[in-house]
Design a protein around this ligand. Structure first.
Ligand code: UT7
Length: 318
């Protein structure tokens, strides 16, 4: 039986950093409020003209380098983003052109913060059925473009960045299972109410009922991690690292408590990255792989939750 394994990871953050102290000058907020309610201290924001695919290309090249795969060898691209460069061509295909892997399937999918989890799940299946051998999985965003910088409720949260992994076939299990969900019943709690078919509003902006999103996120992420463990007949103690969606340190702590895992075994980047939506999990994964915390053979539990709602989890033997 063929499995898929993560052959390499990569990430990229734009140069410009906005700290909580910078935000104090822009909206009615304080560093103390942002840190205590969210865990965020700073975030990266794309420069004028810097796009989601620009960030993704850098992350992809780093992941390919780590995997020892040449860009032209990529044979499948799944790209999670809610902030595409264009209506079309899709970001996956724009990235394919830059990497020079002409003719291979490449697409993007818009499942908000769960975008990387969805992309990983699809790519895993293509590798396992033998139709892809060098699959690039991306989560990349320029959320700063749809953030209302005069709204303190959202301006302090969202940010830009990109993360990538390369999946390849393996005799030993790598991606053990993925679990995807959505529930459009919650569509009004977190959305960007503008688009091609509805018509674009003068200002694109993320609207969020933060407190209600928080409660559902804690519940769904908790059941998501239970589901992943149950599907593999594994105990909570088997997990070496929780790599969670980086939306709010309090949500991360709640999921860690559910898993009974100490915070020392949770990868936390929210303080430096803010909420980068689809990019958040692959960014956190790459940080921990590169700083040596995550090692080959470790069991990782990845999870993400976002607008829709959409959410997903994955158990991965790195
Ligand atoms: O990634 C997609 C999924 N998204 C999430 O998971 C986000 C989930 N939600 C959250 O992380 C939290 O709900 C927030 C961080 C968004 C908000 O934290 P909270 O503890 O739920 O605060 P709240 O919305 O209940 O607001 C508490 C107070 C309010 O003032 P009053 O009504 O108590 O006087 C807000 O107006 O904090 C006020 N507030 C702020 N104060 C200073 C809201 N935003 C700010 C701010 N600075 N930036």
């Amino acid at each position: 039986m063929i499995h898929s394994r993560i052959a390499g990871t990569g990430s990229h953050l734009p140069e410009k950093v906005i700290t909580n102290f910078d935000l104090e000058k822009m909206v009615d907020t304080t560093d103390e409020w942002i840190r205590s309610r969210t865990g965020i201290e700073r975030r990266h924001v794309a420069a004028d003209g810097e796009t989601t695919v620009d960030l993704a290309e850098k992350a992809a090249r780093r992941a390919l380098d780590a995997a020892g795969v040449a860009p032209a060898e990529v044979d499948f691209i799944a790209f999670g983003t809610t902030t595409p460069d264009l209506v079309f061509p899709n970001c996956g295909t724009l990235l394919q052109q830059r990497l020079g892997c002409r003719g291979v399937p490449a697409f993007s999918l818009e499942t908000a913060c769960a975008g990387f989890m969805y992309a990983l799940s699809i790519a895993d299946k293509y590798v396992r059925c033998g139709e892809a051998r060098r699959a690039l999985v991306i989560g990349a965003e320029t959320l700063s473009r749809i953030t209302d910088w005069s709204d303190r409720a959202t301006a302090v949260l969202f940010a830009d960045g990109a993360g990538a992994v390369v999946l390849e076939p393996s005799a030993a299990p790598g991606v053990l299972s993925t679990h995807l969900h959505s529930d459009g019943h919650y569509k009004d709690l977190l959305y960007c109410g503008s688009g091609v078919s509805r018509g674009f509003a003068e200002r694109l902006a993320i609207i969020m009922a933060g407190n209600e999103v928080f409660k559902v996120a804690v519940t769904k992420l908790g059941s998501g991690v239970d589901e992943a463990l149950a599907a593999n007949g594994l105990e909570r103690s088997a997990v070496d690292w929780l790599v969670p969606h980086q939306a709010n340190i309090r949500i991360i702590q709640a999921t860690a408590r559910r898993l009974d895992i100490p915070m020392e075994r949770v990868i936390v980047t929210v303080q430096d990255h803010g909420n980068t939506s689809a990019a958040s999990v692959p960014l956190a994964l790459d940080v921990a792989v590169r700083d040596g915390r995550i090692r080959r053979g470790d069991l990782l539990l990845l999870e993400a939750f976002g607008g829709g709602f959409t959410w997903g989890s994955a158990l991965v033997r790195y």
